[in-house]
Design a protein. Sequence first.
Length: 394
Amino acid sequence: MKAVAEFGAWRPACFRRLAGFMSIQTAQPQLSRLDEPELAGRTASRRRPSRVARRLVRSMRMTSAPHIPVLREEAIAALGVHRGGRYIDATFGAGGYTRAIMAQPETRVLAFDRDQTAVKAGQALVDEMRGRLTLVEARFSQLEDVARALSFAPLDGVVFDIGVSSMQFDQAARGFSFRAEGPLDMRMEGRGRSAADLVNEADAETLADILYFYGEERAARRIARAIVHDREIAPFTTTRALAEMIARVAPNRASDIHPATKSFQALRIAVNDELQELLKGLLGAERLLTEGGRLVVVTFHSLEDRIVKQFLAERCGRGETGSRRLPGETAPPPPSFVCEGRQPVTPAPGETAANPRARSAKLRYATRTAAAPYPLDERLARLARLPDRDKGKA
């Protein structure tokens, strides 16, 4: 592999074939009755804010908020950043974690992002850091290969901030959100199969599985059947069209959460293979960390957190492999991590007030031991993929 001059921006060969960066236009939030379709035609009460008003206020707050790294101070403290250390920021985004790491003198950072736009925007920071920062367009699954190719190992710490960034979510042209009209896209990299392709081509059973297992949507089968029925009339091409259809068939009147929230999460996870990528990234980090190195992971929903929790539980000797054994059973390998605390770190009230998207965040971290990395356990692997078809979907 070619040497990388001054540790500048670099992309794996599979990405260098792309001609230029995708043009993204930032759209202003379009607040409409989409946020409460089941209340169409009703007169809002003047005595107290209606549910639609509460949703609109939340939408304006979340859509207009700048990208704020969640739990940044806690993550940097957990990472144990020290002078001259070598770290990976697995989700560069706007560079919040990277900047905090590099505030410590002589630290070096290898930063990753799947998003071409984030990599392009980060070039100014690469130049500013004068060789201390390498910014790479790559997935979690490529973390180990890229680090070894750049001789950036062993590591003193790896930090993951999982999920879609505020920058991606707030750009209507990216198609991640139902809060503004946009193409039904959801691709973090801007290439490959889009959400529209998935919605318009997958069979009803596959769609139901995705919605149920990746979105924990109880009305998965009902929504999937409606998608298949409606796409015969006209294909789904926009976020608004899909969100309105979901609100019509599964209105969720008892909650302030928009009826399309879980379905959009599920489609995004499927389009970007997020759970498999997370697991592969964790495995790569385990193999790259030196003894005493820290693994720090911030998650935003239960599916991500379940994988991280199980990954660390097994490797800290708390999983099923560390429980009592029958006579003759092979002893589990020595722990490859020491877990720091049994409960995850969560945002303080002040942070959630300033950044509503931080509400569901959980931070887990652990310290690498000298033990060999664990092999991938099938129980853990099952958490990152669609299981067999389930009969319990609504």
